[in-house]
Design a binder for this molecule. Structure first.
Ligand SMILES: [Zn+2]
Length: 141
């Protein structure tokens, strides 16, 4: 068990609880516990100054996917471009939005090309399977 120590808030000596031991820094008085918690929160906010700002910006910018729509939806509509423009400025927002449009267009073209290629390969497989069936039927065992 840790020995007596001064409270970090009121500076009165206290005996720490047996379970908390070395970690307890303030006495058990509610005012001291509340003040220690307030100080810890203030220190955390000082170490993470942009935490709330970042969270609020994300909540403003991200709209989320529209309900009930299939893959044909516009993924860029999941963002609020007005909020993005307010946050980063007109030039950066336009460049990011146009980059997103180029990437969406490229992805759609790539998926279409892949689908056409799969269809061609499938046609060759079906044609060769039909020839094999004819060849087996032509030659009696
Ligand atoms: Zn105290």
């Amino acid at each position: 068990m840790a020995g007596k120590r001064p409270c970090c808030v009121c500076r009165k000596w206290f005996s720490p609880q047996a379970r908390s031991g070395k970690q307890q820094r303030c006495c058990g008085r509610p005012q001291c516990r509340r003040e220690r918690h307030r100080r810890a929160c203030a220190a955390w906010r000082k170490r993470h100054p942009d935490y709330d700002r970042e969270l609020r910006l994300r909540q403003r910018v991200v709209r989320g996917p529209p309900v009930g729509e299939a893959l044909n939806r516009d993924p860029l509509a999941e963002l609020s471009w007005e909020a993005a423009r307010d946050a980063v400025g007109l030039e950066v927002a336009v460049i990011v939005e146009e980059t997103g449009k180029v990437l969406v267009s490229w992805a759609r073209d790539a998926v279409r090309a892949q689908g056409a290629e799969i269809t061609k390969k499938l046609a060759k497989v079906v044609a060769s399977a039909a020839r094999d069936a004819i060849a087996v039927g032509a030659c009696p065992p």
